[in-house]
Design a protein around this ligand. Sequence first.
Ligand SMILES: Cc1cc2nc3c(=O)[nH]c(=O)nc-3n(C[C@H](O)[C@H](O)[C@H](O)COP(=O)(O)OP(=O)(O)OC[C@H]3O[C@@H](n4cnc5c(N)ncnc54)[C@H](O)[C@@H]3O)c2cc1C
Ligand code: FES
Ligand code: FES
Length: 482
Amino acid sequence: MRNYLLLYINGKKHTIDKTNARKNLSEYLRENLNMKGTKIVCSEGDCGACTVLVYRYATKEKSSFETINSCIAPLYLLDCCHIITIEGIEENEILHPVQEAIAKHHGTQCGFCTPGIVNAMVSMSDSLIKNNEQISEKKIKNFTTGNLCRCTGYKGIINAGLSLDLKEITPLFQRYNTQNIQDDFGITFGQEVEIFDDENDVKIVLPTTIEKVLELKSEGFQLISGGTDIGVLLNKGYLKSNYIAVLTNIKEFYTVEDNENFLSFSPMVTLSDVEKHSTNEFPEFSNNLKVFASPQIKHKGTLIGNIANGSPIGDSIPFLYVSDARLELSSMTNKREVLLSQFYLDYKKFDLKSDEIITKVKIPKSKKSFKLYKVSARKDLDISAVSLAVGYVLEENKIIDISIAYGGVAGTVYKAEKIEKLLCGKEISENLFKQGTLEIPNLIQPFSDHRASKEYRIKLCQNLLMKFYQEISQSIQIKEEL
Ligand SMILES: Cc1cc2nc3c(=O)[nH]c(=O)nc-3n(C[C@H](O)[C@H](O)[C@H](O)COP(=O)(O)OP(=O)(O)OC[C@H]3O[C@@H](n4cnc5c(N)ncnc54)[C@H](O)[C@@H]3O)c2cc1C
Ligand code: FES
Ligand code: FES
């Protein structure tokens, strides 16, 4: 048992006690360590100014450092992690090739975003080296999606990325992953952490077993996995939680199971890992995750966190509806499975007892194909106004099976059963789908908010259904021509 957290920052050991355990990493770096290179702008995970790189011992087999937003990362989420900040990027006072390139190609002006952009680009170059891939403009854009620059313009930044010679770069994992640090994490990781601050009535527990986390849940502790939903609420003071159970140190919670019947993910599997593991079996879902938030958020946020947060605009949920995904729910005395589509009872009301937690999401492998659509004000790093997921089986021109789920139109994701019934068993035709779109205004009464008006949401639902029709009819035509 420990009453402190263990972190390494730029190769140096730090132990954190109750005084600082709840501080965000960005504040700790700037205020306690006087490392001012990490900037804070939005405190919401949106701008990337606070980007740092993290290696997590629990997923040591990844052998890499990944970007996260340090402004929504309380230190208790980073136990047994090694963090590299902008101060740790240069080597022996010689600038990293990424830093050189940014300077040479005028990729910085006021400089406020620059540490975050350099760190995102270091993560890109390390990942390309590891996977034996080449630099491209698309990759630079993908890796820097979570980094906003308000004054330079992105041309200089992209040119800097394109000019990199990967052969000149030594990946951070090679530079920083020493045997001493590994040994230290190896000894420490399996120890449960309990940080009690009686004066402020705060209890933070990092259990190492499922049994212990279930016990904590039954005692009313607030669960936290990646903290990308809760972290924002805590920063903005919308949530006050003094009893916190952190899921990061339960090794089994990083399990991905891929067998002939289903693909399943445990609570600590991050969205970026789900994106990778879904590529073969559910490519449409994997592609859809490419426009989910930013790399920084996906390296920390989890699929089960998205499900448990239960927002009707949560991007993974419509797909999980139409793929007939099931949730495993566990308590100290029971384990049960529910269909995800029956888990959501009303806005943020779930079929989840106060002592239960989600221990798995299982996506069945079936004959269904999928089409997923997300409409948001901008393509990247934005929340959907409306989304549509369709799971379907076709036999030549006939629809044998179809499931349709809309996000963003009601308190929960909406399953359009009436339209499913109308389409199922019929030959595909424009008229048939037009009939379906006519049903939509009778079926949904979306809300108006700053993202979209009610009328616009209805129109989007209709247009997305027609888009689905056009895409499948085109693919049938192509098959017939072959
Ligand atoms: C900048 C930014 C951009 C974002 N963009 C998107 C986006 O494009 N699309 C989108 O859908 N979301 C987006 N989000 C929301 C968020 O990233 C996701 O919902 C993410 O999947 C949450 O996962 P987490 O692990 O961080 O959850 P946490 O914040 O740790 O937890 C979320 C909730 O789940 C509960 N919980 C966690 N694990 C369990 C469990 N095992 N059993 C029961 N309850 C549990 C927690 O108690 C909490 O109530 C964004 C967030 C930010 C900050
Ligand atoms: S300060 Fe904007 S993402 Fe952290
Ligand atoms: S250089 Fe000023 S915000 Fe990017």
